[in-house]
Ligand binder design. Structure first.
Ligand code: ASP
Ligand code: MG
Length: 472
């Protein structure tokens, strides 16, 4: 750990939903923090208790449909779940302080749902206020639990730290404002010798309207706070031992990777390796702050360290990630519609639907553009493109949209594939030997990853074949 002389290193520790999922888990958080607080200065960022965000969103949507009963039972469940933590872990004095704060959030929840049921709608802006109030509850509890074990701690609402744009539901931080604000607000807590316990997931616009950073966004909150404070390290506590060489459900002998680079981590998170929110690395990149993935259920396991550049230069594949159920969409233009024009209009359509592709290929002789989409995005994109090219399709300047469903996209990731001949060859012949047909292939010039599409039914065997070939 880098550390200036005589000064304790600063570690931002983010605890995810399962790490604060019940009283026993929160007790574990208290132990982990207390253990490290002797050697380091710790700043904590917390998610909501596991599963409650989903429950809240469902309750809001139900209310907007006019259901005036559902939220009442959800309120009771929420109250019970949080109350249980207070009952089991807090002193009577702490309970007296914390319970009214939890009650306040619960009545916010109820009032919001009641409002949604009256106007029969829930706007993204209102949803953000509602869906992230459980982070306020978990931060309140975790701070109180820390105090109960003798650590000075203070819950801090991230709406006071993280300034975002007004893209409700998936807001982007404005770093120039977030960084000084976070530093200043947390300095006030740190000066008192207290551990700040910051709510993950939420931020606020300049006007003070609550926003959220997107589902799973507490990881991002962790590195935003880490970057702002120029922390020595950010530790993301989750429920797995680290980043794995492949999905263990597909490859039983997959293993933990001790160290990966920023770019490899970004690549892996983009393709659905659930351990990390895709934007997590961005706030720490410039300052080169290492990020650890650690298991709060198994704290003695070192986990995976995410570093600016790989230190191990062994050529080859580092990890494999996959999306098991996707669609390959093909659109072909006739001679009269140049490829750039076809592609421009297709990608503009994707942009308007706010959809990202999983992979893209172009074949040369005819104007054929092929791209892969998540199942959930297909209906919107199909409707959009059929409208965009309505006239051209009618006159057959553009062929109809061909959709190949039940496709898996497999991505082999590794910075050290760059400039190493034969990697793709080895991967593909490993698949060939198993009789697996490759439907499409893409690799960028960064050579950071090779993506290819196979039938969904082949995904398990394909991932395993590559995993074996590179002896991961
Ligand atoms: N509680 C939020 C969610 O479930 C944020 C997070 O857990 O990272 O999406
Ligand atoms: Mg998460």
């Amino acid at each position: 750990m880098t550390q200036s002389k005589g000064k304790k290193p600063l570690i931002v520790m983010k605890f995810g939903g399962t790490s604060v999922g019940n009283p026993e888990r929160i007790k574990g958080v208290g132990e982990i923090v207390a253990d490290h607080a002797e050697r380091a200065e710790v700043v904590v960022v917390v998610s909501a208790m596991g599963g409650v965000t989903d429950t809240l969103i469902r309750a809001a949507n139900q209310a907007a449909r006019g259901d005036r009963e559902h939220w009442k039972s959800v309120r009771q469940d929420l109250a019970r779940k949080h109350r249980e933590v207070a009952d089991q872990l807090l002193t009577a004095a702490e309970q007296a302080e914390v319970l009214p704060q939890l009650a306040e959030q619960l009545s916010n929840f109820e009032n919001l749902c009641s409002g949604f049921s009256l106007v029969r709608e829930v706007t993204p802006r209102a949803m953000d206020t509602l869906s992230s109030l459980v982070e306020v509850m978990s931060a309140t509890l975790v701070a109180a639990v820390l105090r109960s074990v003798g650590q000075a701690a203070e819950a801090v609402d991230a709406t006071e730290l993280i300034v975002t744009d007004d893209n409700f539901g998936s807001a982007a931080p404005i770093f120039d404002e977030t960084n000084p604000k976070t530093k200043q607000r947390l300095a006030a807590v740190r000066k008192k010798g207290a551990i700040p316990v910051v709510t993950g997931f939420r931020g606020a616009t300049r006007e003070g309207l609550c926003t959220t950073l997107g589902r799973g966004g507490s990881d991002y909150s962790g590195t935003i706070v880490g970057g702002a404070l120029e922390a020595d390290e950010v530790w993301i506590w989750t429920d797995v031992d680290g980043v794995m060489t492949a999905d263990p459900r597909l490859v039983p002998n997959s293993r933990i990777i001790p160290e990966i680079s920023y770019r490899e981590a970004i690549e892996l998170s983009f393709f659905g390796a659930k351990v990390l929110h895709p934007k997590t690395i961005q706030p720490v990149m410039k300052k080169k702050i290492p990020v650890w993935i650690k298991n709060s259920f198994n704290p003695s396991c070192p986990g995976t360290k995410i570093v600016p550049l790989p230190t191990d230069r062994t050529p080859g594949v580092k990890a494999i990630t996959s999306v098991s159920s996707a669609n390959l969409v093909t659109i072909s233009g006739r001679d009269t519609l140049s490829f750039p024009r076809l592609a421009t209009r297709v990608f503009n359509g994707l942009h308007l639907e706010d959809v990202s592709t999983l992979m893209v290929t172009q074949s040369s002789a005819d104007n054929v553009l092929c791209f892969a989409l998540h199942d959930a995005d297909l209906p919107r994109v199909r409707a959009r493109l059929e409208k965009t090219f309505e006239l051209e399709m009618l006159h057959e300047y553009v062929g109809t949209l061909e959709v190949m469903p039940k496709i898996a996209i497999i991505v082999a990731v590794g910075e050290n594939m760059k400039g190493t001949p034969g990697i793709a060859g080895r991967a593909f012949s490993a698949l060939g030997k198993k009789g697996i047909n490759i439907i499409a292939i893409a690799q960028g010039s960064s050579e950071l990853s090779i993506s290819f599409a196979v039938k969904s039914s082949d995904v398990k065997e394909a991932v395993k074949a590559i995993h074996d070939e590179f002896q991961l």
